[in-house]
Write a new protein. Sequence first.
Length: 266
Amino acid sequence: MDFSQEIIYDQNSILIVAVLFVLILLASEVGYRLGHYYQSRTDTDVKTQTNTIQTGTLGLLALILGFTFNMAVQRFNNRSEAVVIEANTIGTAMLRTNLLPEPYDSLTYDQLQQYILLRLQVGNTKYAMVTELENLNKATKVLQTEIWMNAVKAARIDPRSVTTGYFISALNDMIDAYGKRNALLALHVPEVILFLLFIVFIMSGALMGYAAGLGKKRTTLPSIMMTFLICLVVFIIIDLDRPKRGIIKVNQDSMLHLRGDDYEKN
């Protein structure tokens, strides 16, 4: 999926939430003025019906908000899990390089160290940097091919399944984990759901303002506080949906540990 063709994904999350907050306040003010205009012409039944519709709209907002939040959290957890799985498969492949005949044992080990650096760079590159990501993915695939060719050459020297075969099996798992992680990084909350959330949010603000206008008193501060809190939840949803751009980022420690002493070759 090309994120550069989307509207929301390319925008700053704080800016999105700030604009949304202002739009809610404007909708609430317009609704209030409209309700205040019809106040003298409205009876108790209409006010009761308006409050009922307002409650139903807020319930719908809560449902969509919870659904979207859960979707964003699931995607974030899946990305985090994918990093751990890929790190484990790379670590297994590194350990099994000891089973390869010389000189492919040390050569492949060094190539896997370079592979880790490429995967760490991908994890730290923003999706807005499209060219950089494409170059990193190309370099990763080239390195995968080189490692695979070394495994093939090693298998010709030592075709036993308990030595070279074990490494090839680990290499297959590593390549599969690479594809799965890339696919999960590309998944995010569809923009149509976010637009639906924003529309319901704005309409809820207008209804709250209209209901306040039909009454005799207006509770401005509580309405602003509730709007702010919901906007804060929207910010968290958008932030979770941006694995490389937001405040909440996928932990790369499992990949970093592969560069430590735990995986140094004996």
